[in-house]
Design a protein around this ligand. Structure first.
Ligand SMILES: C[S@@+](CC[C@H](N)C(=O)[O-])C[C@H]1O[C@@H](n2cnc3c(N)ncnc32)[C@H](O)[C@@H]1O
Length: 211
């Protein structure tokens, strides 16, 4: 479940680190302030950090540099191989947001550019599972594409088509990019205090503290 886009990442792994620097004009705005987004997630984290959708390990690097203990979960073998080349000692487990080896406890659960691979109902199941792993006062810190409303999302998709950014427009239509309201409801239903901060035209930082 939630792995329907995996083939894309097996192919993208080799060139992913170039994409985040903005070489693809279609995705330049999505990855604008990429380093700041990762830094902000890392600086909001603490203790033992469980990271989902590690990819090539760019957020992992910031977390390790901050001195945290990091456990990574990543479904794509090609992505895991690149991350492990960079960080051979990293405990990096095969898994995804919904199905992963048993993790006893974590103080922070983080992810960037990955939670939108789950449908909204899968997102809710994932958040319910997080509550069992997080320590008391633990938190979830995610950076990902989301939209203030369906109208804003529709406008941005139309703009992408108008600019000839067909890959981006089809991606925004195909994957499960949520509205802020959907994210807020999921976290508040499971007793988190949730705040949002916009990081670029697409990406918002979500910080959800377990009550
Ligand atoms: C766009 S990359 C982001 C990588 C990294 N977090 C970053 O910020 O650069 C998305 C990552 O999420 C992974 N992914 C895809 N579906 C997933 C799922 N259901 N659960 C966890 N990770 C998933 C992909 O394999 C890929 O490594």
């Amino acid at each position: 479940m939630g792995r329907e886009f995996l083939d894309l990442f097996e192919e993208w792994a080799e060139t992913y680190d170039a994409t985040v620097t903005g070489v693809d004009p279609q995705y330049r705005a999505v990855f604008a302030n990429y380093n700041e987004i990762l830094n902000e997630v890392a600086s909001a984290s603490g203790g033992t950090v469980l990271e989902f959708g590690v990819g090539t390990g760019n957020l992992t690097e910031k977390l390790l540099d901050s001195g945290y203990e990091v456990i990574g979960i990543e479904p794509s073998q090609a992505m895991r191989e690149i991350a492990l080349e960079k960080f051979p000692e990293l405990p990096l487990l095969e898994g995804d947001f919904l199905t992963f080896p048993e993790i006893k406890s974590a103080d922070t659960i983080v992810s960037t550019y990955a939670f939108h691979h789950l449908t909204d109902s899968e997102k809710e199941i994932a958040v319910r599972q997080f509550s069992k792993i997080l320590s008391s006062n633990g938190k979830v810190v995610f950076g990902d594409t989301m939209f203030e409303s369906v109208a804003v999302k529709d406008k941005i998709i139309k703009q992408a088509y108008d600019r000839g950014f067909t890959n981006l427009a089809e991606d925004l239509e195909r994957e499960y990019y949520p509205t802020l309201d959907v994210m807020r409801n999921i976290f508040t239903t499971h007793n988190y205090d949730v705040t949002f901060k916009q990081m670029n035209e697409f990406v918002w930082l979500v910080t959800a503290k377990k009550q």
